[in-house]
Design a protein around this ligand. Structure first.
Ligand code: ATP
Ligand code: MG
Ligand code: MG
Length: 319
């Protein structure tokens, strides 16, 4: 008992690294602020500028001519365009024994949309009926397979709603799929959840809780709720089923922190996507919550658990 008390009241200043390309980004700034406010030492590390000797006996990372040492935790804010190098840097931190807010394996997993949706569906998490194709030799059969029009057709590499098309009729679906096929890319063909009515719900999961949720509503006449497409965000009360679905989706992906996007369908919440580097600006602005602070507190708790001899950590998630 006595030893445990000494343990918990020890020196609790953490050295936290934030892997981010730009210290001026809202999310990066907020995490620095929140970490410092809680008394920690926080350093922003430009992911692409890290270099490392992967064959060395003891793994190290160098940055600006010096070795990065003494970090307790690292917060990966790895943009989609640098997933490959970014996860390699993060993996090196992991090999050095630094606690990763999200593990490299989980980030790689979440960046692969096909893999993510296959995993979520295998675990019985609700999602829209979805088909994948690259060069389907029978477009009509593909359309039939996912239940027919109306359908949402997505370019897998799309973002901010670009490359997401609603095909109201079978004819329209056929021509969109054929046009996308010409681009020689992977396509996703999905049941249109009409009753979502142009809105989706972003649930910010930290640990095993949804700490904030916002509703993004598309502008009139538009089904895509992306803020880049003119959508507007507001705070929303989510149902217990939505809460449970979001938490479970993050868990299946092995992510401690995730932005889970849900559609409200007549048969319950349907997961569209699980984001491993969710932006904090929209969710903090629309909910007024200190999400960055909650993330830092989560890290404090994990490090406590890790250094507490009574517990152990392990890699989460499979596949
Ligand atoms: N199956 C669907 N039924 C109804 N609405 C949908 C469906 N799929 C997408 N939408 C709407 O379109 C928007 C954009 O789709 P999605 O999130 O899949 O693409 P994206 O935002 O371009 O990609 P990413 O989220 O990876 O950046 C969603 O936020 C949602 O409002
Ligand atoms: Mg989206
Ligand atoms: Mg996304």
């Amino acid at each position: 008992m006595v030893t445990l008390l000494i343990y918990l009241s020890g020196d609790n200043v953490l050295k936290i690294g934030i892997l981010s390309r730009n210290p001026d980004l809202y999310s990066t700034r907020r995490l620095v602020e929140a970490g410092q406010k809680l008394g920690h030492e926080v350093e922003v590390i430009d992911t692409l500028h890290c270099y490392m000797n992967i064959a060395a006996h003891a793994p190290t990372i160098h940055y600006k001519g010096e070795e990065l040492v003494g970090f307790d935790a690292v917060i990966p804010r790895i943009g989609a365009s640098i997933t490959f190098y970014g996860t390699a840097v993060l993996r090196q931190f992991e090999m050095m024994g630094v606690y990763p807010l999200n593990e490299s394996v989980a980030i790689s997993r979440s960046r692969d949309k096909l893999r993510s949706l296959q995993l979520l569906s295998r675990k019985g998490i609700g999602m829209p009926v979805t088909g994948f194709a690259h060069k389907p030799d029978d477009v009509q059969d593909l359309i039939k397979m996912v239940g027919g029009a109306p359908l949402v057709i997505k370019l897998l590499e799309g973002t901010q709603g670009i490359g997401v098309v609603l095909a109201e009729t079978k004819k329209a679906a056929e021509s969109v799929i054929e046009a996308f096929m010409g681009l020689k890319t992977n396509i996703l063909v999905q049941e249109f959840v009409k009753e979502a009515d142009g809105a989706d719900i972003r649930c910010l999961v930290v640990g095993d809780k949804v700490v904030a949720a916002m509703k993004r509503q598309a502008q009139p006449g538009e089904f895509r709720s992306n803020l880049h497409r003119g959508g507007t965000a507001s705070v929303v009360r989510i149902t217990p089923a939505e809460r449970a679905t979001a938490v479970q989706a993050a868990k299946v992906m092995g992510l401690n922190v995730a932005g889970v996007d849900l559609l409200r369908s007549s048969s319950g919440p349907k997961v569209m996507e699980v984001n491993s580097s969710p932006g904090l600006e929209g969710i903090e602005a629309s909910t007024g919550k200190d999400v960055a602070g909650m993330i830092i507190k989560f890290i404090e708790k994990q490090i406590d658990i890790k250094t507490n001899p009574l517990s152990r950590t392990r890699t989460r998630g499979k596949g």
